[in-house]
Design a protein around this ligand. Structure first.
Ligand SMILES: [Zn+2]
Ligand SMILES: [Zn+2]
Length: 447
């Protein structure tokens, strides 16, 4: 333990959202990625010409959105009988199969949220580009950040590819305009999200110009973390505020709202551990029916067979489509299993103060957050198959009960990751093990 007496130091500080380490704020150098020295989380990576690029890409994405969703995606032909579907009718197919909840989730993640994220991004970047100072802009940016993980057009596109490979042996496939528009839409959506420079957007939304004067705080020289320094970080826009100042902020039903983005501010996410446990336990219970019960029913010349998730995977391996079999195995079985065991390990680490491998566990959690949405792949494939494979007596595919349970498992694991506050893991490390005041690491961005 240090024996130096604590004095106050007035500087501009920031707090790492991943591990709560107190850091001197620096202006990022163009072409450099700023990384936390304690947990190795990426803090900032400057995107060149971010606002203009985001605006242009989001606008193009919105132009493609309607043709991609409403024009016919593809036609399938079996023994002279033809069926076809647009992406939107495929999204609605689950409603006609007696699976309204799964239908709603497919509709939201495949259509509503992608449209909303693109529109929100368009309006925020347009507002910043035009220099508007509207009150809705920070709200739009906040909603965009919350919804971006739930807009799953990229997962849907992989679902379309899996469906094509699955049907390739049994049907003649003809691609329509909607298919090519959809590929364009996914590329634009991914590019638009990648071009957003969130710290820059938030600074401009707050009304500060680039190269701003950073606000200075008085902080004890002994403080190593945001908690010790009495600084609270907003979960959404990552604004740092002294806890003493928070008391003066505007209140909403007894909660203190972030002055920049309007999010409720807490030193740590409230009830984080209990809520994460609850979601994980629910996911474990629901995994049983999700994997043991049939997920779809295939009728082929009057003969009906039911398939579990594992049957579908075995089908691809038997057909010799190892790549696609591996993708489905990873998305439907390995990813949920990894998410559940990973989260349990992290929760137990906090419960029993296991302070080793913190950086690795943080990396694992960030990976769990990143891969969470990819488990929806199987559900999208089933929705597409239910829409496309409707050949009457020859062959028909319908959804079976496990689709509902599997969707709930994916939602629970995603909510578990959202509810969890990773800083609680780092709180288990005693302060004297944290090295003296560190500077942010800055690495050249790889070309
Ligand atoms: Zn960190
Ligand atoms: Zn905020």
């Amino acid at each position: 333990m240090s024996t130096t007496s604590a004095t106050k130091q007035t500087k501009t500080f920031t707090v790492c959202p991943g591990c709560d380490l107190l850091l001197h704020e620096i202006q990022p150098t163009p072409g450099h990625t700023v990384v936390c020295p304690r947990c190795h989380r990426r803090l900032h990576r400057e995107q060149p010409d971010s606002i203009r690029r985001t605006l242009a890409i989001a606008a193009s994405g919105m132009l493609l959105f309607l043709p991609a969703n409403f024009l016919p995606l593809m036609n399938l032909a079996v023994l002279g009988r033809r069926t076809g579907s647009s992406l939107f009718t495929a999204s609605l197919s689950m409603f006609g199969q007696g699976q309204p909840f799964v239908g709603l989730i497919v509709l939201l993640t495949g259509f509503v949220f992608p449209l909303l994220t693109l529109s929100l991004l368009f309006w925020v970047s347009a507002g910043l580009f035009m220099g508007w100072k509207a009150r809705w802009m920070p709200d739009f940016m906040r909603w965009y950040q919350h919804l971006s993980d739930w807009a799953m057009t990229d997962v849907y596109l992989i679902g379309v590819f899996v469906t094509i490979i699955k049907m390739n042996h049994t049907a003649d496939i003809h691609f329509n305009t909607g298919f090519f528009c959809f590929i364009g839409l996914v590329m634009l959506t991914v590019a638009a999200q990648a071009s957003v420079d969130k710290p820059l957007f938030w600074e401009l939304l707050e009304g500060k110009e680039k190269g701003r004067q950073l606000q200075e705080y008085s902080v004890s020289t002994l403080a190593r973390t945001g908690k010790e320094a009495g600084l609270v970080l907003c979960h959404t826009c990552h604004k740092t505020l002294p806890a003493s100042l928070l008391a003066q902020q505007r209140r909403h039903h007894g909660n203190i709202l972030c002055p920049r983005c309007g999010e409720i501010m807490h030193p740590r996410k409230q009830g984080s551990i209990n809520r994460t446990w609850a979601f994980i336990c629910t996911a474990i219970i629901l995994s049983l029916p999700a994997n043991l019960m049939p997920i779809m029913e295939v009728e082929f010349f009057g003969q009906s067979t039911t398939n579990t998730i594992m049957d579908g995977i075995i089908f691809f391996f038997q057909e010799g489509s190892y790549g696609i079999g591996l993708i489905i195995l990873t998305a439907s079985i390995l990813v949920p299993l990894f998410k559940i065991t990973g989260m349990i390990l992290i929760l137990l680490s906090i419960r029993y103060n296991w302070t080793s491998w913190l950086r690795h566990k943080s990396f694992m959690f960030r990976f769990i957050e990143f891969i969470g949405r990819w488990s929806m792949l199987d559900i999208f494939v089933i929705a597409l198959l239910c829409a496309l494979v409707q050949f009457g007596y020859i062959s028909t595919i319908t959804a079976a009960p496990a689709a509902l349970y599997f969707t709930c498992v994916v939602l629970c694991t995603m909510f578990a990751a959202i509810s969890f506050d990773l800083r609680l893991l780092w709180d288990t490390e005693t302060t004297d093990r944290i090295p003296a005041r560190q500077t942010i690491n800055s690495y050249p961005t790889s070309p």
